[in-house]
Design a protein around this ligand. Structure first.
Ligand SMILES: [Mg+2]
Length: 442
């Protein structure tokens, strides 16, 4: 005896969105350096909570930006009353309202400045959280099912000034030990980077290491990479990401030097054509989260051969299901797939882990800034890493719940700090007056 669904089953619409709550928050962030400047004492994030007509809550997290928040509020007005299962229809409604976004709107910064992809991502992840709760399955099972129970991440090293961010600007805790002490320590030299890597790997068990480059003259950063190789040996994969700030000549020269020690070289140069030229000249695989960052970029990427690995990011590719689509494209065209990250909390991490667990192929440890943050907005507190990996959260949906007290406190931080968008150039000018971001520097 079977009980296949009947038309009557389908006639019963899924839960509908009753409330659409957008909360901007500011989380403490250390003074990390990158090609675009310096991280502010707070990183902005936006938390979306959807509540259905039958009282189910679904949550998501995206990078914070006042104009994205305003667009998200506008999206909410279109989506209240809609069935959370109708994800394609929801996407169509949003596209019809906001129009199409071009890849060029991404901007030149290391992070993506498009609005619509963030809105898709916020709404889709929160809906999937609700759908998971309705059907009693984790989000990973809605993405095709679990290919692994634990998802590996890489140590993400930064050149940094002294301090841990927050209310005292670059405030520090003199009693801090272990990773907490390393997290607030200055790291500007190869020895400083090695010390940071050792503390981070000791605390989190990471087994791959990435250095955010593009900060100093290339030889200094290459020296840091060789110092890491010396300290960690040949079995720990190493990566460097100069965020497309090197010239072609610099990338070819230093890329050759780094060839024997790199797992991959991330965005050495700007643009798909330049990436393709470097890729032809080096044995090292090239990865990107800057030259191939949307579906619109794929045809040219394939025609030119601009990278070996695409660093996806569900916040920038329009959600988790879009990221699974990207995985299929990568498989078709022989691209590897891994994951990019910006400063984030546990709701984003949970989504990244569900996605990472669902990807059919996962050859590279994913990026995460998570060790650099100390705040949290979920009831279970900070996620734990074991041997560099995070276990897929238990329970239906994302498997994490909003800590409403923490959310309110972090929202107060947002109101008090006065930041409305990420601007690492302005922050850098507070330390080095007159400093300007350059799309290509060395
Ligand atoms: Mg990158």
């Amino acid at each position: 005896m079977t009980s296949n669904p009947t038309p009557a089953h389908f006639a019963k619409a899924g839960p509908r969105i009753r409330e659409f709550i957008v909360t901007p928050i500011a989380v403490v962030d250390p003074p990390l350096l990158n090609a675009a400047g310096l991280h502010a004492p707070y990183a902005l994030r936006t938390i979306l909570e959807l509540i259905t007509d039958d009282g189910i809550s679904g949550i998501s997290e995206i990078p914070g930006n006042r104009s994205t928040d305003e667009a998200l509020e506008a999206a909410g007005k279109l989506l209240v009353g809609r069935d959370v299962f109708q994800l394609s229809e929801i996407r169509q409604v949003l596209t019809q309202n906001f129009g199409k976004e071009t890849a060029a709107e991404r901007g030149l910064t290391p992070w993506d400045q498009r609005k619509l992809v963030h809105i898709f991502s916020a709404v889709e992840v929160a809906c999937l959280d609700i759908i998971g709760k309705v059907v009693g399955r984790p989000v990973v099972d809605l993405l095709g099912g679990r290919m692994r129970d634990r998802v590996p991440f890489a140590a993400y090293l930064f050149y940094k000034y002294k301090g841990a961010g927050g209310p005292l600007a670059f405030g520090t805790d003199p009693a801090a030990t272990g990773w907490a002490a390393a997290r607030q320590a200055e790291a500007l030299t190869p020895a400083g980077i090695v010390a940071q890597a050792e503390a981070m790997c000791r605390e989190f068990g990471f087994q791959s290491i990435k250095l955010k480059g593009g900060v100093f003259e290339p030889q200094q950063e290459v020296d840091a990479m060789f110092a890491l190789r010396e300290a960690f040996g040949p079995d720990v994969p190493l990566r460097i990401d100069p965020n497309a700030i090197w010239t072609l000549e610099t990338a070819l020269n230093y890329g050759k030097q780094l060839e024997p020690i790199l797992e991959y070289l991330e965005d050495p140069v700007r643009g798909q054509e330049n990436m393709a030229t470097v890729r032809k000249a080096l044995k090292t695989p090239l990865a990107t989260n800057m030259c191939t960052t949307s579906f619109e970029d794929i045809p040219n990427s394939i025609a030119l051969g601009s990278e070996d690995i695409i660093l996806s990011d569900h916040h920038f590719w329009g959600g988790l299901r879009s990221s699974m689509t990207l995985a299929g494209i990568c498989e078709t065209f022989g691209r590897g797939l891994s994951m990019h990250s910006n400063s984030h909390l546990g709701i984003s991490l949970a989504a990244m882990v569900h996605l990472g667990a669902a990807l059919p192929q996962l050859t590279y440890a994913l990026d995460t800034h998570y060790p650099w943050q100390s705040d949290e907005v979920i009831t279970a507190g900070r996620f734990r890493f074991e041997e560099g990996s995070v276990a897929v959260p238990e329970g239906p949906g994302l498997g994490v719940e909003l800590d409403r007290e923490a959310l309110a406190a972090l929202h107060r931080n947002y109101l008090a700090c006065g930041l409305t968008k990420r601007d690492d150039e302005i922050e850098m000018q507070k330390v080095q007056p007159g400093w300007r971001f350059q799309a290509v520097r060395w």
